[in-house]
Design a protein around this ligand. Structure first.
Ligand SMILES: Nc1ncnc2c1ncn2[C@@H]1O[C@H](COP(=O)(O)OP(=O)(O)OP(=O)(O)O)[C@@H](O)[C@H]1O
Ligand SMILES: [Mg+2]
Length: 307
């Protein structure tokens, strides 16, 4: 099996290469989002891919879109190659399992983040200011406090560099007060449904990022959702052993981060080449996450490869 590191799809116009996904225009109304096998750590794309990662994460996002249908509409048009336009089908060998055809949406200019725990930058913020992203919180909260409901902390979508947290009021200025409330309520509703499902399967979703847009005037969920690339996952049994005092490791990235922390890399590009055994462990983690959450093997993925 060949890993897909970077796609060059003749006949389709490349719009953007993100850290992990390649985005193509199919026509005026449709985009093709392609999840490659690239992996990023510490915000740097590593030179070695994780074979099959794009398929696993794309399939996970598809599982979630389906589960979340009662809560929200989404941008999906097709995920099976048979349902794709001819220009896409022409690249079936590369795209099978890792691409979705979506309606182009007017994407709101904010990342809608839901935080289920007081950790990371939120914990630092709280220690300094008693609030997280401008949301005042009671005094005396401990690190890793679980928020129910989760905190809604939007951020800007920076074209380059880091996204910046913004207050709910700034979001209201950006998109209008009614829409800001709608995005907050939808984000939290989707997050609660997803985290309850994941927990029933032994995974804790700590936090995640959603993007929303409008299609024909209706607000819908866009982009990818609830994968390890847009979320922080903990393995429940591991987290419960370590909490409240300890910091549970990231379910997927920890094996990669541990290795990167000890190999002498200064965390500036280019990243080092992952040893095959570390890449294999990371791949196994992605598979485990999918299998736990979806309760079935990853469609289109076979042991040792992809068919
Ligand atoms: N249905 C849609 N209509 C229009 N744009 C969409 C839709 N779904 C997702 N997008 C946009 O496609 C882009 C996907 O880019 P991608 O996430 O791969 O890279 P990036 O955001 O540039 O960088 P990063 O890899 O750091 O996330 C995002 O800007 C997202 O808002
Ligand atoms: Mg993105």
């Amino acid at each position: 099996m060949q890993a897909v590191v970077k796609t060059e799809l003749s006949g389709l116009k490349l719009l953007n290469r993100g850290k992990v996904r390649d985005i193509y225009a199919v026509d005026d109304e449709h985009l093709l989002l392609v999840a490659t096998d690239r992996i990023s750590a510490f915000d740097v794309v590593l030179p070695e891919p994780i074979p099959g990662k794009g398929i696993i994460l794309n399939q996970l996002a598809l599982f979630w879109f389906d589960l979340l249908k009662p809560v929200t509409a989404n941008h999906l048009v097709a995920s099976d190659m048979a349902d794709m336009p001819a220009a896409v089908r022409a690249h079936k060998d590369v795209l099978q399992g890792r691409a979705v055809l979506v309606r182009r949406a007017n994407v709101f200019p904010a990342e809608c983040i839901a935080r289920g725990f007081l950790l990371g930058s939120g914990w630092k913020d709280y220690q300094h200011s008693g609030s997280v992203c401008g949301i005042p919180l009671p005094a005396g909260l401990k690190k890793n406090h679980r928020f129910t409901p989760a905190l809604f902390t939007p951020s800007t979508k920076a074209a380059a560099g880091h996204d910046e947290n913004i207050s709910f009021e700034s979001l209201a200025t950006l998109v209008g007060a009614t829409t800001a409330r709608e995005l907050r309520d939808l984000t939290l509703a989707v997050f609660e449904k997803a985290r309850a499902h994941a927990l029933s399967r032994g995974i804790i979703i700590c936090d995640t990022k959603f993007e929303w847009g409008t299609i024909d005037g209706r607000t819908v969920l866009v982009d990818e959702v609830l994968t390890p690339d847009s979320s922080r996952f903990w393995k429940q049994e591991e987290a419960e052993r370590l909490l409240p005092a300890g910091d549970p490791p990231s379910y997927d990235k920890q094996v990669v981060r541990n290795w990167l922390e000890t190999c002498g890399w200064d965390k500036t590009p280019p990243g080092p080449k992952l040893p095959p055994e570390v890449a294999a462990l990371a791949r196994q983690r992605y598979i485990e996450i999918y299998e736990r959450i979806a309760g079935r093997p990853v469609p289109g993925l076979v042991e040792g490869g992809v068919h």
